[in-house]
Write a protein that binds this ligand. Structure first.
Ligand SMILES: C[S@@+](CC[C@H](N)C(=O)[O-])C[C@H]1O[C@@H](n2cnc3c(N)ncnc32)[C@H](O)[C@@H]1O
Length: 292
């Protein structure tokens, strides 16, 4: 089954059915400006609903990884096979040393970087990708008994989906501007934290605060007036509902079990917001007239 190849904080695996049910049946290019693990992209690909895609994330290592998975999956498989053999053949107590050695020796680009990121993603604590202010990956060793470091078939399936994708690393504002009338955009920004202790936003060295949430709302409105269909997910926070309510969008609360929570608590379903512009007249008009 085509599915994300990285575990990602804020991954939307559980919300995919709800999002796909609300997506237009037919659209031009699919855009995902906050790609992360790409659960919605892989979901659309799995359902055969994807023709062209424009994928984006501000995290340059993640973007390089997807490009390498698209262009050279077999080289990544070779590298990961070696890392996996090396790691799994060691006695359990010696694995952390290898993990920290690999973590410190980051390759610059290409299949070696992809293998590095995928290896760390499968062996680090909680499958988290977190960087410090200098953009350096700083998650400790995960200590799993038998992690599946290489999943050859999953990589090859992902590579087939990514053949249809242009993959870039820029700010979401630039990525949104690529969308045309009749396109479909799924936006999944770093969540507005519900409590002061729940602020996991360190996917990149740049923080995502209230100003970015406001800037994103303005991009959402610009997509709407241009006739691009857009669905956005975020935490059920007052700031977010205040930004989107009263503008002719649909703003719904849906429930999803949380996957990553370092405290190991609070895994019960929490409300999320799904915001859609599909009922706005500009979008209805664009979808009834554009050729796709
Ligand atoms: C909630 S995650 C996306 C999760 C994804 N939907 C999934 O299913 O795995 C948000 C992503 O936005 C990226 N990001 C953060 N700030 C950004 C920005 N200003 N522009 C583009 N991407 C950004 C992060 O690197 C992160 O991967």
């Amino acid at each position: 089954m085509t599915a994300p190849i990285v575990k990602w904080a804020g991954g939307k695996g559980k919300l995919v059915p709800a999002i796909l049910a609300r997506a237009p049946q037919v659209f031009g290019t699919f855009h995902e400006p906050f790609l992360g693990g790409g659960a919605v992209f892989f979901g659309l690909c799995r359902e055969g609903r994807l023709h062209r895609a424009c994928l984006n994330d501000l995290n340059p290592d993640l973007v390089d990884t997807y490009r390498a998975v698209r262009d050279a999956p077999n080289l990544i498989i070779e590298e990961l096979q070696q890392l996996s053999n090396c790691y799994l053949s060691r006695p359990h107590e010696d694995r952390a040393a290898l993990y920290y050695q690999v973590r410190a020796a980051k390759p610059h680009v290409g299949p070696a970087l992809a293998a590095w990121l995928l290896f760390l993603n499968k062996t680090c604590y909680n499958g988290l990708f977190r960087v410090n202010r200098r953009g350096e990956f700083n998650v400790p060793h995960g200590d799993y008994v038998n992690p599946r470091i290489l999943d050859r078939d999953a990589l090859l399936r992902a590579s087939r989906c990514l053949q249809r994708a242009e993959i870039v690393s820029e700010d979401f504002g630039d990525a949104c501007k690529r969308a045309q009338p009749g396109d479909f955009v799924y936006l999944d920004p770093p969540y507005q934290p519900l409590t002061s202790t729940a602020n996991f936003t360190s996917y990149t060295s740049v923080e995502f605060g209230e100003d970015e949430q406001i800037r994103l709302r303005d991009e959402f409105e610009a997509l709407t007036t241009r006739g691009a269909a857009a669905i956005l997910s975020n935490s059920s926070h007052r700031l977010i509902s205040d930004l989107y309510e009263g503008r002719g969008y649909s703003v719904e609360e849906v429930f999803m079990a949380r996957a990553i929570n370092s405290a190991g608590q609070g895994r019960s379903p929490v409300p999320e917001l799904l915001i859609s512009n599909l009922s706005r007249p500009e979008v209805i008009q664009a979808f009834s007239s554009s050729p796709k």
